[in-house]
Design a protein around this ligand. Structure first.
Ligand code: ATP
Ligand code: MG
Length: 579
């Protein structure tokens, strides 16, 4: 059976079609036209609480909550599929709820847990036994695997398949009562050991597990399998459209089998769509957990992680993620989306909302020789040229400043329009300055200070005599600047497809050793001292940055680079439209 065969080489282009035209919405519109489900639209987002949500989950959340919100009376449940107590934790349940809210969706009172249905699910299992549709199998796990056969080989009936209904009922009740060891028996459906679909070869429905459950404690020592619980939970909740990812296509016949054999009135319609894959990113919770547990990242919310908590800490906005999820569309074919596209929609959003500020990441000291020692001017600086309602602020200018090291070069190549000996540039919002002297470190020869003169006639950065300069630098006043650390992030993996490894290696071998670059001694505008995490600023000419929610403080401000200014996705699109 083909489980999740993805083709990472396929690249999907952005579709600018409105979301309402995707195939799932078309199916639902048709159902409504035919008054199927009495005109109800009821979806759900059903995470397994065994990890933090990632950007792939965001696609599913936007789809399920989005569809519900597009129909009058439409509903969307948040349901924790908590059938596997061994891997589930309360920490995950809490983080999932706060992530869904942060993304902008509200389940109101419709918060459910599969574990709330354990009694009902048990009754459904009893019903199948009574109807001769399920039996207790006492083969070992290994034997069950051997009997199942393979894709090319049909399975063999279990020797326990013909147990009487009475014996099955008794054994199942005793399984519940805790009379047996783990693995002694399982409950299986009686379907077809020669089915081409391996899911239909007498799948296990219940197994014994002496594991405490985060919600039901020690009440149960038998737990339903995911496939049994999932479709029945949907039915119990009256879900009309069970939207899931493509790898569950082969489970659909099994889900239909359970719902039909139990003659349930509510029979949700399962619709599969392609999961989101992103270049340079892994999306499996198991693998993300491995990164966390092995300390290869600082936690689930490490700003390099594709988790919603990581993206939030990095400075992503929910709006940018929602727009991205809308624009990638919904399809039936697995593909990989270029991560540059996610960054593109982030920039587009931040461009509108991020206040502009000046921050010098690698400072070079500049002394304005003809500026009075003790003078300070408070100059006007607009907060966002894209949005005049964001107003302006006052920034201090004084005799000693910092500019970016890379904005000066002693021997400029042609077309270098920044500062060099004898050259004049504009300081943003301030004055024209001209470089008149250089001071070098005696040992290294490195330029450590520049002497400049300023032209008082160019206040605000414009010359009264119409004299033009080509370069503009950002700067901060040394006496006023606040020292900060900055974390520059790069892709977490070096390969577009992190699973593409040497035969004896796993995805860990593709981690990017340079995914984090730490700069200390950065000099930022004084107003940024109290920057609140969650507000992303544009550091002029550098990119978008936000204060780190965990490690930044007033005493030690620390900023994450959310995203640089260079938009490679826009470039790709321009190239595509030309060809
Ligand atoms: P993982 O493989 O990371 O463990 P999962 O699919 O097992 O993910 P669930 O908690 O079961 O994780 O997912 C909840 C919902 O989110 C499911 O309906 C699933 O289909 C959907 N989902 C998970 N990953 C993606 C993805 N990459 N793209 C779109 N939807 C996804
Ligand atoms: Mg799952």
């Amino acid at each position: 059976m083909s489980q999740d065969k993805q083709n990472p080489d396929m690249k999907q282009e952005a579709t600018d079609a409105p979301a309402s035209t995707d195939f799932i919405r078309t199916i639902i519109a048709e159902d409504l036209k035919n008054n199927k489900n009495e005109g109800r639209v009821h979806t759900r987002f059903p995470p397994e609480p065994n990890g933090y949500l990632h950007i792939g989950h965001a696609k599913s959340i936007c789809l399920n909550f989005g569809i519900a919100s597009e129909h009058p009376g439409g509903l969307c449940n948040l349901r924790f599929d908590d059938t596997n107590p061994a891997k589930e934790e309360v920490e995950y349940i809490d983080s999932i709820q706060s992530d869904v809210r942060w993304l902008g969706f509200d389940w109101q009172e419709r918060l459910f847990y599969t574990s709330d249905y354990f009694e009902q699910l048990y009754q459904y299992a009893m019903q199948l036994i009574k109807d001769g549709k399920a039996y207790i199998c006492s083969l070992s796990a290994d034997e069950i695997r051997q009997y199942r056969g393979t894709l090319t080989e049909t399975g063999k009936d279990s020797p326990y398949r013909n147990r009487s209904v009475a014996e099955n009922l008794e054994l199942f009740q005793r399984m519940r009562a805790g009379d047996f060891e783990e693995g002694a028996h399982v409950l299986r459906a009686i379907i077809d050991m020669s089915s081409a679909n391996l899911n239909m070869r007498d799948p296990t429905i219940y197994r014994i597990r002496y594991t405490e459950h985060p919600r039901t404690g020690k009440k149960w020592c038998i737990y339903p399998m995911y496939d049994f619980a999932h479709c029945l939970s949907d039915s119990i909740e009256g879900i009309t459209h069970s939207i899931c990812t493509l790898e569950f296509e082969n489970n659909r016949p099994l889900y239909d089998w359970f719902l039909d054999r139990l003659k349930l009135k509510s029979h949700p319609q399962q619709i599969e769509f392609a999961r989101l894959n992103l270049s340079y990113t892994i999306m499996s919770k198991r693998k993300l957990l491995q990164l966390v547990e092995e300390g290869l990242v600082s936690g689930w919310d490490d700003p390099r992680m594709p988790t919603l908590s990581g993206l939030r800490r990095r400075g992503y906005t929910p709006e940018a993620i929602r727009t991205f999820c809308d624009r990638i569309g919904v399809s039936k074919t697995n593909s990989t989306i270029d991560i540059a596209m996610l960054e593109h929609y982030l920039r587009e959003d931040l461009n509108k909302r991020a206040p502009r500020v000046m921050a010098v990441l690698r400072p070079l000291r500049v002394v304005i020789d003809n500026y009075p020692e003790d003078k300070i001017e408070w100059l006007d600086a607009e907060n966002n040229p894209e949005d005049s309602t964001m107003g302006s602020r006052k920034i201090p200018f004084s005799r000693v400043l910092y500019i970016e090291q890379e904005d000066f070069i002693e021997e400029p190549p042609r077309k270098f329009f920044r500062l060099s000996p004898g050259k004049e540039i504009r300081l943003k919002h301030a004055y024209y300055i001209k470089c008149v002297r250089m001071e070098k470190d005696k040992n290294t020869g490195e330029v450590i200070e520049l002497g400049c003169t300023y032209d008082p006639q160019t206040r605000g950065g414009w010359s009264a005599d119409g004299r033009k300069v080509k370069g503009t630098s950002h700067w901060v006043s040394a006496a006023h600047a606040v020292k900060a650390e900055v974390r520059l992030y790069n892709h977490l993996f070096i390969k577009e497809n992190p699973e593409d490894t040497q035969p004896d290696k796993d995805f860990i071998s593709n981690l990017n050793p340079d995914s984090l670059d730490l700069l200390s001694g950065c000099m930022i505008e004084p107003g940024l001292k109290n920057a609140k995490p969650g507000t992303t600023y544009q550091f002029l000419r550098q990119g978008y940055f936000c204060a780190d929610s965990v490690d930044s403080s007033e005493e030690h401000p620390l900023f994450n680079r959310t995203v640089s200014l260079r938009d490679s996705w826009a470039k790709i699109q321009r190239a595509q439209s030309r060809s």
